[in-house]
Design a protein around this ligand. Structure first.
Ligand SMILES: [Zn+2]
Length: 392
């Protein structure tokens, strides 16, 4: 209800502004014409206030036919419909504006841009693409049309076209798109890997890194490929590079790093690295990886002692979970304590299961797993691990 009222108020303000502006413009018109216009407007508004938007639209469409002076408020009303999710009404209104006779080129392109956005909202990507492409070709609203086109191609997963549109957008707007373009190249690399075209995939990753020299995703994909092909040394180097670029994603691959070091029988070297790393890193994953190494090489008691010490500095539910597991594994306690540990472990697990591990730093979307593109706001590289007691 509040939404409807605010929508109508916005429409009312928009239309009233339109009327007042147009009042000045059409001073020379006859009093009779002005009266007719105002009458139609208030008739349309009356329908809006009574929540009869179908009839309101018909009135506004008739108005659009009779006078181009009412263009701006009609356009705004259509945009309001789109924002409210009533895309079919937005399209109907904007379409009627485009079909107005004697429409100036400026108004026509404005309406085309608005209708392109309507089609996007309705998921009619092909139609949106046609309109935005036309705008780019006639050099009208070029930055907006290119940005929208880039959006269309991302939704269609046409990454090559997305790269072209983003590059052109960067050139005309001056806004940096290198981070996004690097991700588009990573998407192409994913497809190439899936099709078994390793050389092609590597070329895309090189392209990603040449556009964004600190693209963690591209570096991690290279590391994974090295690891898959048992090139342990190269994989380790690539993982370290990714850490240098930005260690925020470290929790995603420290276990893989550990595996590569173990294949080279250099676990103590990795252990030393992690001991240094935990001093600056905020999360708990390196502590958990180190604890596993203590358990393997020095026994459960050493691992338990290490985790206990670390939890004093870095309280963590995941750390507590490991501590409980270590205690249960020791299995040298009397039965009653084991039951208590099991109950606690179950509680801790159910707590961890319910919590997202990642969150988009832009829109707040929470997720269990890492997404390179936020499923909610569609930004690239903004979903990152959550640091704190119950997560990383
Ligand atoms: Zn987001």
């Amino acid at each position: 209800m509040i939404e409807t009222i605010s929508f109508i108020l916005s429409a009312l303000v928009g239309v009233m502004i339109g009327i007042n502006l147009n009042r000045l413009k059409i001073e020379r018109k006859s009093h009779k014409q002005l009266e007719k216009l105002n009458h139609s407007y208030f008739k349309g508004l009356n329908y809006l206030l009574n929540d009869d938007s179908e009839k309101a639209i018909d009135v506004f469409i008739e108005l659009a036919k009779s006078s181009s002076e009412t263009f701006e408020p009609q356009l705004a009303l259509g945009n309001l419909y789109r924002r409210k999710g009533e895309v079919d009404k937005a399209i109907k209104l904007h379409q009627s504006l485009i079909s107005q006779p004697n429409l100036t080129e400026d108004y026509r392109t404005k309406a085309l841009l608005a209708m392109g956005k309507d089609y996007m909202s309705a998921g009619l990507l092909d139609r949106a693409e046609v309109l935005f492409t036309e705008l780019v070709e006639i050099e009208a609203y070029t930055p907006e049309a290119l940005y929208a086109l880039c959006d269309v191609y991302q939704q269609e997963q046409d990454w090559s076209e997305a790269i072209k549109a983003a590059t052109r957008y960067e050139n005309v707007s001056g806004r940096k798109m290198s981070g996004d373009i690097a991700h588009f190249n990573c998407e192409l690399a994913e497809i190439s890997y899936a099709n078994g075209n390793v050389n092609e995939a590597n070329a895309y990753l090189d392209a990603a890194l040449s556009i964004d020299s600190k693209c963690v995703r591209a570096k991690l994909m290279q590391a994974c490929d090295f690891q898959k092909n048992k090139k342990w040394k190269k994989a380790i180097e690539a993982y370290h590079k990714a850490l240098e670029f930005d260690d925020v994603f470290a929790s995603e691959y420290l276990n893989d790093m550990s595996y590569c070091y173990s294949m080279l029988k250099k676990c103590s070297e990795f252990q030393q690295f992690l001991m240094e790393f935990i001093k600056s890193y905020r999360g708990i994953t390196p502590v958990l990886v180190l604890a596993e190494m203590y358990k393997k090489f020095d026994g459960i008691d050493a691992a338990e002692k290490f985790v206990e010490e670390q939890l004093v500095e870095k309280p963590s539910v995941r750390g507590l979970d490991l501590l409980l597991k270590l205690n249960l594994e020791k299995n040298n306690d009397d039965g009653s304590n084991i039951t208590k540990f099991k109950v606690l472990e179950k509680l801790v697990n159910s707590l961890l299961e319910k919590k997202p591990n990642h969150r988009c730093r832009k829109c707040g979307f929470g997720a269990k797993n890492l997404h390179w593109q936020c499923p909610s706001c569609k930004s690239w590289g903004t979903v990152k691990p959550i640091y704190g007691l119950e997560s990383e």
